[in-house]
Design a protein around this ligand. Structure first.
Ligand code: ZN
Length: 102
């Protein structure tokens, strides 16, 4: 398995994971429940991580992650159904799967 993305913000990590999942890439989340737990653990050691389980899908996964990160400077959009805030790189609301409004 190979680590493709990690961030202190679990929402961002889950967004990446959802994007990879939507592309048919098998992933595994590590440390998903570590953040916000015991305060004495150094934060950087408990960041949630996205791992790609198949080497065969690694290159595609890295391209998707790079594409998402390159669009991070664009404004977020708000879901018309549940008002969730979503990153510009995402075509579907991470919370309710509603398509991004055009
Ligand atoms: Zn939504």
């Amino acid at each position: 398995m190979t680590l493709v993305y990690t961030h202190e913000n679990l929402t961002l990590v889950m967004n990446i994971n959802t994007a990879l999942h939507n592309a048919g890439i098998k992933t595994q989340i590590k440390n998903q429940y570590a953040a916000g737990g015991r305060g004495e653990i150094p934060c950087f050691e408990t960041w949630p991580e996205v791992w790609v389980t198949s080497q065969f899908q690694l290159k595609q996964a890295q391209e998707i992650v790079a594409n998402i990160m390159s669009q991070e400077h664009q404004p977020d959009w708000y879901c018309q159904k549940c008002n969730e805030q979503n990153g510009a790189a995402f075509d579907f609301c991470w919370q309710c799967d509603t398509a991004k409004p055009h």
